[in-house]
Design a protein. Structure first.
Length: 627
């Protein structure tokens, strides 16, 4: 067993960029050069352009904008707007899923695959389930879920899942999330010209907006995706560009919303479609994925992962991609012009994500089946347009076991139950591993790639360091894909663990890095933290668990950071969220907020320091508990 190194992945990328150069393609590597150095004002968060008296930029000589706003107000407002953008994206994705469930029919393309989960949610929300047809119930629950976005009074229903202590903290800090749309609107209103410029109030609203994402919109996305497409269970798959198959029609799904990709996978598996592909000279059809859509279909179907965020151009550069089919978020507009350098069809499907140089096939729950079929057919028809001289698929790939939903983790760890623990179906076996010290703690590794950091380097190196120190990793998003590409989700990676974690991996038959899903599935991590807290009687902030987004880039990641911190988990970032221009904002985020939510941010760009700090924090928490 051997990990795939960063250097090997870079060599592959360089080889693909040579193809790119041949056909005159642009790439992010080239564009980064054009954009460097970045604007210092933007980097520090001290540029304001929310009114047309500006833009105003803060310098020692010009310490206030024209309206008189200082650096703290400007940085704070920018931070809140960043959060609002992220919350809107995650939550609107959740809303789409709820809307898809609302249209589910026994004979339609969207069915209820996990009725148990649906019933569980209905009961939590005091919706009568007795004697109801499961589709009637689905529509009723989906309707209530859609109402959560604009509810007139009260708080997000899902917050009732948080431990009582957490809810008390939220109440005291006045950050319990209300309607999702309202939190986003409040954020936009507070940051309008001439409103809030007090950092403390802006951070509070950042947390409340983040919480409406984590315990609202994102959780809706996760839970209702499970209801529709099934709750993930452990499944084998593969990762890295080598999953593409030269002889086959290659369809790459990219984005976030599984409603589209699930159906593409289904039609690509249809014997009629496979026969059609054969009639066009291909051996078959391979669907692989990029970004979180990939995580969704990998977790539920074992569809292989071609790569993560900064590899999206690479899939086209193989010259063997017949269609890259996207839904929403994290899609490079670069894919349009890039696909024009090859035979690749760039297919956009959502009114939310429309791009030049793409074929737009409007995807709609009512016509989803026909849409998916048309897209698969378009890819097959495109096979003959391939230029064989440009085809290069590296053979690099790794095996990965994925699909660790909260339910799956609980079930899998029941397997390591020893005589002292007899409560199956809870997180108690995991807690026992932690208290006994066999596992020292857990790190939730999440988030993107960012050209500011060598792609995957921090993800992979930090994970290696953690597991060697008996700290188990739960991973999601592009971080999870970095792990899978490296080989850290292969069960054989247990050999890289400390003795304690290695034993747990052997007993439970799990890899040391557990794939919990896409970024909206960080809500699974919230539920895991909540369960651990309830089963142990400890507060979430007392658990030896921290969060880490070492290579993050998107607004969504800031929204996530805010809800993870606000839930009581210390969060470590490797990229600064444009706040360095205000010492007051920095002090609040890295320290002050601890008084409200018992956790805070740490920003550290140095790999070794970042890893050491996380281990230190975990050991501090253990020491405080006397374990
Ligand atoms: Ni998360 Fe997923 Fe990846 Fe970052 Fe984008 S795909 S939602 S935002 S880049 S991890
Ligand atoms: Fe400048 Fe104030 Fe307008 Fe911002 S709100 S652009 S700081 S005048």
């Amino acid at each position: 067993f051997k990990l795939t190194t960063i250097e090997e992945n870079e060599a592959i990328t360089n080889r693909l960029l040579e193809t790119g150069a041949k056909v005159g393609a642009d790439s992010w590597q080239l564009r980064v050069k054009n954009q460097t150095p970045h604007c210092k004002f933007g980097e520090q968060g001290v540029c304001c352009r929310i009114c047309s008296m500006g833009p105003c930029r803060i310098t020692p000589k010009a310490p206030r904008g024209i309206c008189g706003c200082d650096a703290h107000g400007i940085v704070g407002r920018n931070f809140l707007r960043f959060t609002a953008g992220g919350c809107a994206a995650h939550s609107d994705h959740g809303r789409e899923i709820a809307h898809t469930l609302y249209q589910a029919k026994p004979e339609g393309p969207y069915k209820v695959k996990d009725p148990e989960k649906l019933i569980r949610i209905a009961k939590e929300w005091n919706i009568e389930t007795e004697g109801k047809d499961i589709y009637d119930l689905a529509h009723e629950v989906a309707y209530v879920a859609l109402g959560e976005y604009g509810k007139i009074e009260g708080y997000q229903n899902f917050t009732s899942r948080a431990p009582e202590h957490t809810r008390e903290l939220w109440k005291k800090a006045e950050i319990t999330p209300r309607a999702v749309d309202r939190e986003i609107a409040t954020a936009m209103h507070m940051t309008h010209m001439g409103n809030t410029s007090k950092p403390e109030a802006l951070v509070r609203q950042s947390f409340r907006t983040g919480l409406s994402d984590g315990w609202g919109g994102s959780m809706t996305g996760t839970e209702f995706s499970d209801v529709l497409f099934g709750t993930p269970t452990p499944i084998e798959t593969e990762a890295n560009l080598g999953v593409m198959v030269a002889e086959n029609v290659n369809i790459v799904v990219h984005g976030h919303d599984p409603s589209l990709s699930e159906l593409i996978c289904e039609y690509a598996d249809d014997p009629e479609m496979i026969a059609y592909a054969k009639s066009k000279g291909a051996k078959g059809i391979t669907v692989s994925g990029v970004c979180c859509t990939s995580n969704e279909v990998a977790m539920r179907r074992g569809i292989p992962m071609a790569g993560n965020f900064l590899q999206q151009e690479n899939v086209v550069l193989t010259g063997a991609c017949e269609a890259i089919v996207v839904d929403v978020q994290c899609i490079f507009p670069a894919l349009g012009p890039l696909s024009k350098c090859f035979h690749t069809k760039f297919v956009t499907t959502s009114p939310i994500c429309q791009m030049p140089d793409s074929d737009f096939v409007r995807f709609d729950a009512a016509t989803a089946g026909e849409n998916a079929k048309a897209i698969v057919k378009m890819a097959i028809d495109n096979f003959e347009n391939r230029n064989p001289d440009l085809v290069y698929i590296p053979d690099t790939k790794q095996k990965a076991t994925v699909g660790y939903s909260l339910e799956a983790i609980v079930k899998t760890l029941d397997g390591v139950t020893n005589s002292q623990v007899d409560e199956t179906g809870t997180t108690k076996p995991l807690l026992q591993c932690i208290t006994s010290g066999v596992i020292r703690g857990a790190v939730a590794m999440v988030g993107c790639n960012n050209p500011k950091i060598r792609p995957d380097y921090l993800h992979v190196e930090l994970m290696k360091k953690m597991i060697a120190n008996d700290i188990v990793i739960i991973a999601s998003g592009c971080s999870a894909q970095a792990a899978a590409k490296a080989g850290l989700m292969d069960k054989a990676a247990k050999d890289l663990c400390g003795a304690g974690l290695k034993r747990v991996c052997e007993l439970a038959d799990i890899p040391p890095v557990l794939h919990m899903g896409s970024c909206v599935d960080i809500s699974r991590m919230l539920m895991l933290a909540a369960e651990l807290s309830k089963d142990s009687g400890l507060n979430i902030s007392q658990l030896p668990v921290v969060g880490c987004a070492p290579e993050w880039m998107s607004e969504k990641a800031v929204s996530i950071g805010n809800y993870v911190v606000a839930t009581g988990l210390d969060t470590f970032l490797g990229v600064d969220p444009y706040v360095s221009g205000s010492d007051q904002m920095c002090e609040l985020l890295t320290n002050g907020v601890r008084d409200w939510v018992e956790a805070a941010y740490t920003v550290e760009k140095d790999l070794d320091k970042l890893g050491d700090l996380m281990i230190e924090r975990i050991e501090e928490k253990r020491a405080a508990l006397g374990i």
